[in-house]
Design a protein around this ligand. Structure first.
Ligand code: GRF
Length: 220
C-alpha cells in the first residue's frame, strides 16, 4: 500500500449533471485511478445532479453560486476560501468537469499549471466564450465536420486557450443531431480522456513547456 504522500488529492468543479465527475468516481472505484482521491466537489449552482453523485459517493461538496457574487473578484475569493474549507488535504489538481463559470485570477494563479478542463470539441475548433454544453455540437453539425471530439487542457486566464494535454476524436455521422453527437463525445471522448489526464498528473508525467504540454514516458 503506497503511503498517503503518493496520493493525488483532487477537487472537482461542476455545474451540471456530473457525468464527467461520475466517470472519475467510477475509475477510482474500479482501480483504474489507483493513487487519486476526490477531496471535494464544488458546484457553481444549487440542485445540480452532480451534487447527488458526490453525496452518493460520500464526497464532501459545497455550492458557490456565481450569481450570488457581485463581481469576479469576490467570487474568486469565495471559491478559494471554499476550497480551503472543503478539503482537509492540500489539493494537488483542480478538475473542471462540466464547470461553466470563469475562474478568477487568484485561483488560477494559486493553482497555476494544476487546473484542467474538459471541453466537448477539438480545440481550437468550436471553443471560447459562449461555446459550452450543446453549443459546440450545434456548431460542429452546422459546419459539417467529419470528426469532432473532446479536449482536456490546462486552464489559464484565457477561456479554453490553455495548453492541450489530451484530445480524442469521434466520427460525426450524416444523421447526427447535436444531441446524438453530444452523447457520443461525452461517452467515447470526454469520459475517457479526463480520467486519463488525471492519471498522467498522478504519475507526474505532465510537463508544461510554454504553450506545449510534454507527456513523459516515465513517472518522475
Ligand atoms: C459535457 O459535455 C461537458 O463537457 C459540458 O457539459 C456536458 C455535461 O457535463 N460542459 P457533466 O455531465 O456535468 O459532466
Amino acid at each position: 500500500m503506497k503511503g498517503n504522500d503518493n496520493v493525488l488529492n483532487i477537487a472537482v468543479f461542476v455545474s451540471g449533471s456530473g457525468t464527467n465527475l461520475q466517470a472519475i468516481i467510477d475509475h477510482i472505484a474500479d482501480g483504474r485511478l489507483p493513487d487519486v482521491r476526490i477531496s471535494g466537489v464544488l458546484a457553481s449552482r444549487e440542485g445540480v445532479y452532480a451534487l447527488e453523485r458526490a453525496h452518493l459517493a460520500g464526497i464532501p461538496s459545497v455550492v458557490i453560486s456565481r450569481s450570488r457574487y457581485p463581481d469576479l473578484d469576490t467570487y474568486d475569493q469565495a471559491m478559494l476560501q471554499a476550497l480551503d474549507v472543503l478539503t482537509q488535504e492540500p489539493v494537488g489538481l483542480v478538475v473542471l468537469a462540466g464547470f461553466l463559470s470563469l475562474l478568477g485570477p487568484r485561483l488560477v494563479r494559486r493553482y497555476a499549471g494544476r487546473i484542467i478542463n474538459v471541453h466537448p470539441a477539438l480545440i481550437p475548433s468550436f471553443c471560447g466564450p459562449g461555446m459550452y454544453g450543446i453549443k459546440p455540437h450545434e456548431a460542429a453539425i452546422a459546419r459539417g465536420v467529419r470528426v469532432s471530439g473532446a479536449t482536456v487542457h490546462i486552464v489559464d486566464e484565457v477561456y479554453d486557450a490553455g495548453p492541450i494535454i489530451l484530445q480524442k476524436a469521434v466520427e460525426v455521422y450524416q444523421d447526427d443531431t447535436p444531441q446524438t453527437l453530444q452523447l457520443r463525445v461525452m461517452k467515447e471522448a470526454e469520459q475517457v480522456i479526463l480520467p486519463e489526464a488525471i492519471r498522467l498528473f498522478a504519475e507526474k508525467r505532465i510537463a508544461i513547456d510554454g504553450r506545449i504540454v510534454r507527456i513523459r514516458e516515465e513517472s518522475q
